[in-house]
Design a protein around this ligand. Structure first.
Ligand SMILES: [Zn+2]
Length: 93
């Protein structure tokens, strides 16, 4: 069963969710944040080469990205990465 990692854009919490199947994970909406209950979560991806260019990741975020990359080579569309970066800048510590 695949484990996907997500980050909350509201509080920055990183969490993982075990899905019963790949298709379930891909079809479902991102789960709400278990820490603050926020629904602005997004899957953390995976392609380290892409994410290396983002900068600004904390060590724990980078570690999560690296773990994800080992499991899953899929990458987000660039537009999603841009949105993620923007949310990080505006939302976030
Ligand atoms: Zn949260």
């Amino acid at each position: 069963m695949p484990i996907y990692e997500y980050q909350c854009h509201d509080c920055g919490h990183v969490f993982s969710k075990l899905w019963r199947s790949l298709s379930a994970a891909q079809e479902a909406a991102p789960p709400p944040c278990p820490q603050c209950g926020g629904e602005h979560t997004a899957r953390i991806v995976s392609n380290v080469a892409v994410l290396d260019g983002m900068g600004g990741l904390t060590p724990s975020e980078q570690a999560a990205v690296n773990r994800q990359a080992e499991r899953d080579a899929r990458i987000l569309p660039k537009s999603k990465i841009e949105a993620f970066r923007k949310a990080k800048r505006e939302g976030g510590k």
